[in-house]
Write a protein that binds this ligand. Structure first.
Ligand code: ZN
Length: 206
């Protein structure tokens, strides 16, 4: 199939899903709903175009410069291709990436920056990936809590799952607190807890 997507990162991290994982599409944040998926990756990790397309926008995405001083300054690259518009956010674009530039699938369009200023128990650098219908590059904070999903915003999760080998990761506050405790528990207790988790953790069975 011509329009087959490839991974934007290598190695490709699992895609957060579910109602609790803070990086999943559609989870409630403080003031808005999360409009993309957070693909955790080390600072500096190259970001590659998932399909052929044209850069239709390059802009500031987070940080002081656009009135969000609680985050570091990061940028976003919007590439329009056969699947619509992919927004590669929380990155620094490559020097050649400008509006109107054509990119080929696999081209390095930027690299991952560190968006979080403080450690909050999750990785601080990531590719925030959004998807829109053709011609749209709406701002990320348009989706307010309790409101329906903006019509031009897509959930990129099913598109990413068409790529062979891509996995998902869910978050269960209870199971994850049990797992965290196994690190400190005496050996026999930890083993018993891990047996419990094995039976009761129903995630990642997509
Ligand atoms: Zn995000």
């Amino acid at each position: 199939m011509k329009n087959k997507l490839t991974c934007p990162l290598n190695p490709m991290p699992p895609i957060p899903i579910g109602t609790y994982h803070p990086g999943a599409f559609g989870v409630n944040r403080h003031l808005h709903v999360h409009t993309g998926v957070d693909l955790y990756a080390p600072y500096g990790c190259p970001v590659m175009a998932m399909e052929d397309g044209v850069v239709i926008r390059v802009a500031w995405f987070t940080g002081l410069v656009i009135g969000m001083p609680w985050w570091n300054d990061t940028r976003a690259v919007y590439v329009q291709g056969a699947s619509g518009v992919f927004c590669y956010g929380e990155v620094q674009e490559s020097p050649v990436i400008k509006e109107g530039v054509r990119v080929k699938q696999g081209d390095v369009i930027g690299h991952v920056l560190s968006v979080l200023r403080k450690y909050k128990g999750r990785p601080m650098s990531m590719l925030h990936l959004e998807q829109y219908s053709p011609g749209h590059t709406d701002e990320w904070d348009e989706w307010k809590i309790g409101e329906p999903k903006p019509v031009h915003l897509y959930d990129p999760t099913p598109f990413l799952l068409t790529i062979e080998g891509v996995k998902t990761i869910d978050y269960d506050p209870y199971i994850d607190s049990v797992l965290a405790y196994t690190q400190y528990a005496p050996k026999e207790v930890a083993e018993a807890l891990l047996r419990y988790v094995k039976v009761h953790d129903k995630r990642n069975q997509v």
